[in-house]
Design a protein around this ligand. Structure first.
Ligand SMILES: *Cc1c(COP(=O)(O)O)cnc(C)c1O
Length: 437
């Protein structure tokens, strides 16, 4: 009965192999500017697909409820130590399955149901796990929101302070998914302190920059810091929780497991350890510096072609192009660019009522930079985006030649091999694909 155990994917399940191979091909043939996307190293893929997928433990190193193993404890401790070193934290929890679960653990540790939290409005660039309706964070807690100044697009700390005085939240959340500027964490901490609130900073989109000192580190100011490990940090899919207070660390650990999760994905913990190790190398310093240069080159390229950026610049791995002056909404432009194999996403800008009719185009450079692209390539990308935007505004088809330019760039900056051998005939393998009846 060991028949299944030793066959490669290509032989055992050509259908799944074919779909993975096609996804790999899609990734290589596309300029990915969705800001959450990045490409991980082969080393992380190896760790993430390792025998640790079979390892069941529960609890934390030295205090497992289930199946203690010295090797696995050492591995988790290594991931923790590297995360602490990377961000200058005293405590790290490397087990969250996602950024959302890291945030849920923080809320579970810090709040009681019904408590008030103050966070950034989804329409101003916040994340849905910070108290949006229809999520656990929004349904279990009373969420109040601050936005951005409608003219500058910037967070107004005085406004945050007056909202905090008005609503007396138990927790203030700083950090966002579509805010292109640096955040004054010290000021947020002062506001939290004044109203007796705790401060949670979610640095998901800037964690790589924080690790290398290219974005302010929230650890000296926040009670708790959460992040995803993918996106700009270029690690595997998952979350991370950091803090400096021993008592708080114990509450956060308990909130995550057994509060929210059972066994950790040890293969992903191993991949996180590898990612943190990579981020501690000088090469990652150079990567972060290039990410910032690329984001600014992309913004400058857009500006040179008459397309404004929200706030007029960027301190993060993406820019938010402001499309209202161009007379187009973001969603149709996202679709037009998608057809050219350029990925990006629509985000609201001040004055937009919702995501569907948003006028912001979020363009991230973390993935392009991983491929080795620099300022010159980002300027080419700015040209493609600007031309596609103008064509759309004029009711014309996307510019001729843009798809060729994308193809040529992708070929010049190849990705690592997919790692799964496609079956001899993709078409045959996929012909058996069925959806539910
Ligand atoms: C992406 C993101 C998350 C959520 O990450 P998931 O892994 O998708 O749950 C949380 N917070 C912010 C600010 C994000 O941008």
């Amino acid at each position: 009965m060991t028949h299944f155990l030793h066959q490669p994917l290509q032989t055992l399940d050509p259908e799944v192999a074919a779909l993975i191979a096609q996804e790999g091909q899609r990734q290589s043939d596309r300029l990915e500017l969705v800001a959450s996307e990045n490409h991980i190293s082969l080393a992380q893929r190896e760790a993430g697909g390792s025998v640790l997928a079979d390892t069941t433990v529960e609890g934390y190193p030295g205090a497992r409820f289930l199946s203690a193993s010295a090797d696995v404890d050492a591995l988790e401790q290594l991931a923790i130590a590297r995360a602490c070193r990377l961000f200058g934290a005293r405590f790290a929890n490397v087990q969250p399955h996602s950024g959302t679960q890291a945030n849920q653990a923080a809320l579970l540790a810090l709040l009681r149901p019904g408590d008030t939290l103050l966070s950034m409005d989804l329409r101003a660039g916040g994340h849905f796990s910070h108290g949006a309706g229809g999520t656990l964070s929004g349904d279990w807690f009373t969420a109040r929101h601050y936005g951005v100044d409608p003219h500058t697009g910037l967070i107004d700390p005085d406004k945050v302070l007056s909202l905090a005085r008005q609503h007396r939240p138990r927790l203030i959340i700083a950090g966002a998914s579509a805010y292109p500027r640096s955040i004054d964490f010290a000021r947020f901490a002062a506001i939290a302190h004044e109203v007796g609130a705790l401060l949670l900073v979610d640095m998901a989109h800037v964690a790589g920059l924080v690790a290398t000192g290219h974005f302010p580190n929230p650890l000296p100011h926040a009670d708790v810091v959460t992040t995803t490990t993918y996106k700009n940090l270029r690690g595997p899919r998952g979350g991370l929780i950091l803090c400096n207070e021993p008592a708080l660390a114990a509450r956060l650990d308990a909130a995550l497991c057994p509060g929210l999760q059972g066994t950790p994905l040890m293969q992903m913990v191993a991949a996180k350890a590898v990612a943190f190790g990579e981020a501690l190398q000088p090469e990652f310093q150079a990567y972060s510096a290039q990410v910032l240069r690329n984001a600014r080159a992309l913004g400058a390229g857009l500006a040179a072609r008459g397309i404004d950026q929200l706030t007029g610049g960027t301190d993060v791995p993406f820019v938010v192009a402001h499309l209202r002056p161009l007379g187009v909404q973001a969603a149709p432009l996202v679709r037009a660019l998608d057809a050219l194999q350029v990925g990006c996403s629509a985000v609201p800008v001040p004055g937009d009522a919702n995501f569907e009719q948003a006028h912001g185009l979020r363009l991230g450079v973390s993935a392009l930079t991983t491929r080795g692209m620099a300022e010159a390539e980002c300027d080419v990308v700015a040209g493609i985006v600007a031309e596609a935007g103008r064509a759309l505004a004029a009711g014309l088809p996307p510019p001729a030649g843009a798809a060729d330019t994308v193809r040529a760039l992708c070929r010049r900056f190849p990705l690592a091999p997919v790692g799964v051998d496609a079956p001899a005939s993709l078409a045959t393998a996929l012909s058996t694909t069925r959806s539910c009846p």
